[in-house]
Design a protein around this ligand. Structure first.
Ligand SMILES: Nc1ncnc2c1ncn2[C@@H]1O[C@H](COP(=O)(O)OP(=O)(O)OP(=O)(O)O)[C@@H](O)[C@H]1O
Length: 602
């Protein structure tokens, strides 16, 4: 489930505060363009008012003065006025759309930039679909709110005032009759706002749930199909969709609940005006033109008046989305930038963990006072049962998380005293789940180091035993890898990941079961690639298949967050402890021995 705050509180995202903030922080940047748009809106409203007034004159020319040339002249004036209105409308629509697009883009950029500053822990607690909803619907809501405000003030209010102007000019008393429906209508609409807010919030979370199910089903499509979960996923999304559909229908009912009443009130006003207007033509000597012009202005005023009356409802339903986006942008980044800290300066690349303890959640110790040294230029292997804390050591080394207690030193510098960027720049990491971007093979390798030349890319691929299979594709290095690299085999993906790590040319290598998912042949090739990668670099390698690390310089057995044994392969076998029993178990099960172990001297 998407994790949204469960309750909409009034502060600090109350409607008035949000609106002020959106106007002052986002709209204000474009004030010059808004001014031009307002001027054009005023022109359109003025031209419409003038055309309405001219209409009255035409009626008088036809019915009272019987003046055909006069009618022709006024018809020409009407054409000019409507043309002016058309041009002004085009102008303000284009300007406002451009401003909207710019604001939308800025908000999307801002949200993404904020997400890039969040820690790994932040993401492991949330579902990515939540951010997709905030990025798309939330950013759109902000532009919608600003557009509503601009249109309300520039288009509707100006048009309404212009039409009221014409009405009052033609007949002040009749104008009063026409406007008596406004106060009761406002009262009715106020009541609906609160209800709409809650529904809009449910709509937002419901949409995020649909995205979540969709994303999970598609990303896990192999599992879905293999376990014939299609129907289960279908019913899950059916449920999500049904919730959103029901909610949308409820919203439509609530938002439009006022319509019958509003129309009735409007009907009374129109009837009152017709009654009084007809009477004043018949009995009080008013001209038909006056009456006609008044009624046209009155009818033209009803649409903007209705939109203005509903403004509060519409604004509140969009403000929920705006809030969703701003909440993420406003929250303090879970990973404070430390770019101003000194850069990590490497001499030998010696890694030391001193008494390191760590817990993902308070009270659940994952690493317990662990100390280890990874010697420069050597291979240190971490082995042990699943869940023992091996991957956590690498995560702490990369500073995906901060240690709870103790310290991690690289060449005597605490990794917390140097900038994260410099630490990660000196480290090449190949994980169990290789992530490839939806791009070409070339670019996926080049992500290891921007600006890598074609030759460097090919060299890295050759060293990673990837060149041959890449060249066997018709498009070679231009072959797209598909989303998450799904168009490649597991072994091919891992070799590309090794090439990416190689091209980085980092002095520290961290490998988390980089050959775990491979068949013997692929494993042999990836092991060869890894040998190239580790040559003369400080390497920490996690392995379940022990034959891949038999020749490591040091093997540490990690269990329950502690190192329970350490030594070289032979020593550990002689000791007949945990390592020896793991090894014998695997050796017995596997029935075969090493293919191409990570070499200590390699
Ligand atoms: N992001 C996380 N949030 C909370 N707990 C976590 C997280 N990642 C790992 N853990 C927990 O920390 C413990 C150690 O996990 P870790 O991944 O370091 O083990 P491991 O030795 O690498 O296991 P494996 O060999 O299966 O990969 C496990 O109990 C795991 O449930």
């Amino acid at each position: 489930m998407a994790q949204f705050p469960k309750k909409i509180t009034d502060d600090p995202y109350a409607a008035a505060i949000l609106i002020r903030r959106l106007v002052m922080e986002q709209g204000i940047t474009y004030w010059r363009r808004y001014l031009v748009a307002f001027a054009l809106m005023a022109t359109a409203a003025g031209a419409t008012a003038a055309a309405t007034y001219v209409l009255g004159q035409v009626i008088n020319q036809a019915y009272v003065d019987k003046n055909v040339p006069g009618i022709a002249m006024l018809s020409g004036v009407t054409v000019v006025l409507l043309f002016i209105k058309g041009v002004a409308t085009y102008g303000h629509m284009v300007i406002l759309t451009k401003i909207s697009n710019a604001i939308l883009a800025t908000n999307q950029r801002q949200l993404f930039a904020k997400l890039m500053r969040e820690s790994i822990g932040f993401f492991s607690e949330r579902h990515s679909s939540e951010f997709l909803a905030r990025l798309t619907a939330g950013a759109k809501s902000i532009t919608d709110v600003l557009n509503m405000l601009v249109n309300a003030v520039g288009r509707d209010l100006l048009m309404l005032l212009a039409m009221i102007g014409v009405m009052v000019w033609q007949d002040p008393l009749m104008s009063f009759i026409g406007l008596v429906a406004v106060p009761p209508a406002m009262l009715v609409l106020r009541k609906l706002v609160k209800r709409i807010k809650g529904l809009a919030y449910n709509q937002f979370t419901g949409t995020a749930d649909i995205l979540e199910t969709m994303q999970e089903s598609l990303q896990g499509i192999r599992t879905v199909k293999a376990f014939t979960l299609e129907d289960a996923m279908q019913s899950r999304i059916d449920e999500n969709i049904a919730v959103v559909e029901r909610n949308a229908n409820k919203m439509a009912r609530v938002a439009n609940r006022s319509n019958p009443l509003m129309e009735m009130l409007g009907g009374f006003a129109v009837a009152g005006c017709l009654l009084y207007g007809g009477y004043s033509v018949v009995a009080l000597g008013a001209t038909p033109g006056q009456f006609f012009s008044f009624m046209t202005a009155f009818l033209m005023a009803t649409e903007p008046a209705k939109r203005l009356a509903r403004l509060n409802i519409d604004l509140n339903s969009q403000l929920v989305g705006a809030r969703m986006l701003l909440e993420v942008v406003d929250s303090p980044a879970s990973e404070q930038s430390d770019d101003d800290k000194p850069a990590l300066r490497l001499t030998d690349a010696r890694i030391e963990l001193n008494d390191v303890s760590f817990a993902y959640r308070a009270g659940e110790t994952v690493l317990n006072r662990m100390s280890l040294t990874a010697e420069p230029g050597k291979v240190t292997a971490l082995v042990g049962p699943s869940g023992g804390g091996k991957s956590t050591v690498l995560a702490l080394l990369l500073r995906f998380y901060e240690v709870t207690q103790g310290d991690i030193l690289i060449d005597g510098q605490s990794i917390t005293s140097v900038s994260r960027k410099s630490l990660r720049a000196q480290t090449a990491y190949v994980g169990q789940d290789v992530y490839l971007f939806r791009d070409t093979i070339r670019n996926n390798i080049a992500f290891g180091r921007f600006g890598a030349t074609e030759n460097e890319i090919t060299d890295a691929a050759k060293a990673a035993c990837a060149h041959d299979f890449i060249m066997s594709f018709p498009l070679g290095y231009d072959t797209p890898v598909g989303e998450h690299g799904t168009q490649l085999s597991g072994g091919q993906r891992q070799r590309i990941a090794v090439a990416r790590a190689l091209i980085k040319n980092a002095p520290i290598i961290l490998l988390d079961e980089a050959t775990a998912a491979l068949d013997s042949e692929s494993e042999k090739q990836v092991q060869e690639a890894i040998e190239h990668l580790c040559r003369n670099r400080t390497t920490i390698v996690i392995a379940h298949r022990l034959h891949t690390i038999m020749h490591a310089d040091a093997i540490l057995v990690v269990e329950g967050g502690e190192i329970v044994e350490r030594g070289r392969h032979d020593e550990l076998l002689r000791r007949s402890g945990r390592y020896a029993s793991f090894f014998r178990l695997q050796h017995h099960d596997a029935g075969s021995l090493p293919l191409a172990p990570v070499s200590a001297t390699a």
